[in-house]
Design a protein around this ligand. Structure first.
Ligand code: NDP
Length: 295
């Protein structure tokens, strides 16, 4: 069984992105990401810190605005508008989830689609569904990069994606069915009947559910490739912190049957931020009328 760790893939991509940022800089184009964090959610603080560090690693400028949880919708929308109008800002993201009382969807829709580097805006989701994505949804594109760079073909393969969120499952199912990736995709969710039997048909099985170790060996066809998008913190008294992170896949059980499995941590998770950086670079290129940088 092959352990599909992403470290080398991520490093290779970031090397290319760093060179691209440097070459843009040499031609007078500075790349900059604006990040908005509202409240003190510990996981969100870690994610925003990681995004700041990634910008620094790649030579991308970052502007991070940390707002108190009492911030009003009006104040938040005013900040988005300021960043929309700032020509030095190429990409904008508002870390989700927002504190209770704030309307996440309204904030997403307030971001200029040209700067929507998370690819959450309905305009960009529409382009994706129409088969002409401008920005790539970050986690789904990270999955595609792992497949491509691990020489796992998708053409003509049967892919089952479990989970239909707008952030992971649905955009990934669309990307995989586009020309070039050419997979035959089944999208499963909590209303799917005989989920294990559906999954057991898959050449490539993707779990994006948010339920710790939900996918057991009976969900997996012998020789299948299993991609685990899940990030779930579970109690573990043997761990110094009292908890650990596991995926949506029962890694040990599935490893006995699958050809390859992405580990958690160290699989899909680390790819997301690199793909965000890719989108920030392409936002800058797009705003200068340049064609996208291809990975
Ligand atoms: P959501 O909660 O938004 O969506 C979960 C999906 O799983 C829903 O479509 C839901 O179905 C489906 N689902 C839940 N239970 C079942 C079940 N028993 N059987 C079949 N389908 C089920 O989660 P996200 O898509 O945002 O995230 C999924 C996982 O990926 C999480 O663990 C999250 O932490 C992780 N994640 C990791 C990222 C990364 O690595 N960088 C980025 C984003 C997410 P229904 O629609 O019917 O409710």
């Amino acid at each position: 069984m092959i352990r599909l760790a992403s470290k080398d893939i991520k490093e290779a991509i970031e090397k290319d992105l760093t060179q691209e940022v440097a070459s843009l800089k040499a031609s007078g184009v500075e790349v900059c990401l604006a990040v908005i964090l509202v409240g003190e959610d510990p996981a969100s603080q870690i994610y925003v810190g990681s995004k700041e560090k990634a910008c620094e690693r790649l030579g991308i400028g970052s502007l991070v605005t940390r707002l108190p949880k009492e911030t009003s919708q009006k104040e938040l929308l005013a900040l988005v508008k300021r960043y929309n109008e700032d020509p030095k800002v190429n990409g904008i993201l508002c870390q989700v989830p927002l504190p209770k009382g704030l309307n996440e969807q309204e904030v997403i829709e307030a971001i200029d689609p040209d700067k929507d580097v998370d690819c959450f805006h309905p305009f960009n989701l529409g382009l994706l569904a129409a088969g002409a994505p401008r920005f790539m949804p970050c986690t789904p594109f990270g999955v595609l990069q792992i497949l491509k760079r691990s020489n796992i073909p998708t053409q003509g393969k049967k892919v089952v994606v479990v989970g239909r969120s707008n952030i992971v499952g649905r955009p990934l199912s669309i990307l995989l069915s586009l020309k070039g990736w050419d997979a035959t995709v089944t999208l499963c969710h909590s209303g799917t009947q005989n989920l294990a039997a559906e999954c057991a048909q898959a050449d490539i099985l993707v779990a994006a559910i948010g339920k710790p170790e939900f996918i057991k060996s009976e969900f997996v066809k012998p020789g299948a490739v299993v991609i685990d998008v899940g990030v779930n913190r579970v109690e573990d008294p043997s761990h110094p912190k009292g908890s650990k992170v596991v995926g949506d896949v029962d890694y040990d059980a599935v490893s006995t049957k699958a050809q390859a499995v992405t580990p958690v941590p160290g699989g899909v998770g680390p790819m997301t931020i690199s793909m965000l950086m890719y989108n920030v670079i392409n936002a800058a290129r797009f705003q200068k009328g340049m064609p996208p940088f291809q990975l």
